[in-house]
Design a protein around this ligand. Structure first.
Ligand code: HEM
Length: 234
């Protein structure tokens, strides 16, 4: 656990807040709160994406509405909030990982048992960077069009259909959604624990909430590239 100089730690409430965020519990709280913001975004984004099934007008109109809401101000406030949440989430994850490495400077002589917690933290540690790579590619693909084969600004429907018509692009999206699923499942599970549902008697509720959110987001998102490749959306 990182420690603060005692004069800063005792310097009124600012010191106390800084000291709190230097603790493991403080960093886990940052992970949990930014995690909620990101989970809400991912669910909302998936619902927006499903409009591709209604047709070109619906999803293009939806994209236009998001860009024009509050005279174009909404999207920038949402982007700022999302970026802050992602950066804080990565900061807390990195700090917690470094803390756990510091706490165990010498490796175990025998490989640790494949317990639930080690399995979860392993998948979180490789899943996070893969998701980051996916998000950068995704923004270059569907937002700026830089990594798109046939990008038409404002025509979200066309961009989605043309983008997913390339099988390996769809395969990468499907892979990324499966990684997102693992990350979401373990993330929501730990988030609920940090926020108070930590007693084993709540395990069923935590399992139910984590599994439901994961299944809805993963199935909803993966269905889109599959529907394009199958010719259902064209
Ligand atoms: C198959 C799944 C997905 C599809 C079909 C999809 C589709 C899209 C499309 C079409 C846009 C551009 C919208 C527009 O310009 O109006 C977009 C933007 C975006 N997507 Fe996705 N998306 C998917 C998954 C994800 C996931 C899993 C994440 C995050 C983990 C994500 C994060 C974003 C972000 C941050 C933006 C930029 C929003 C902005 O600032 O304008 N997407 N997505």
């Amino acid at each position: 656990m990182a420690s603060l100089p005692i004069d800063i730690a005792l310097d009124g409430s600012r010191g106390r807040i800084a000291a709190f965020f230097a603790t493991t519990v403080g960093k886990k709280m940052v992970m949990a709160v930014t995690g909620i913001v990101l989970v809400v975004f991912v669910i909302g984004h998936m619902i927006g994406n499903l409009q591709v099934y209604i047709g070109p007008e619906a999803i293009n109109h939806y994209g236009e509405l998001l860009r024009e809401l509050l005279h174009g101000g909404f999207i920038w406030v949402a982007r700022g909030g999302l970026l802050a949440a992602v950066l804080l989430h990565i900061w807390a994850a990195t700090a917690l990982t470094l803390d756990s490495w510091k706490a165990r400077p010498v490796g175990y002589r025998r490989r640790q048992q494949w317990t639930e917690s080690t399995y979860a933290s392993r998948t979180m540690r490789w899943g996070g960077p893969i998701l980051l790579i996916f998000i950068v590619y995704h923004l270059l693909h569907f937002t700026t069009g830089t990594a798109h084969n046939d990008f038409v600004a404002g025509d979200v429907y066309h961009n989605v259909v043309a983008g997913f018509s390339i099988w390996w692009v769809s395969a990468f999206y499907i892979f990324a959604q499966l990684v997102l699923g693992l990350h979401l499942y373990h993330g929501v599970w730990s988030m609920l624990q940090t926020l108070g549902l930590s007693h084993p008697s709540y395990n069923r509720v935590r399992f139910g909430i984590s599994a439901l959110i994961t299944a809805v987001v993963v199935v909803g998102n993966i269905s889109i590239p599959i529907a394009v490749l199958a010719g259902v959306v064209s």
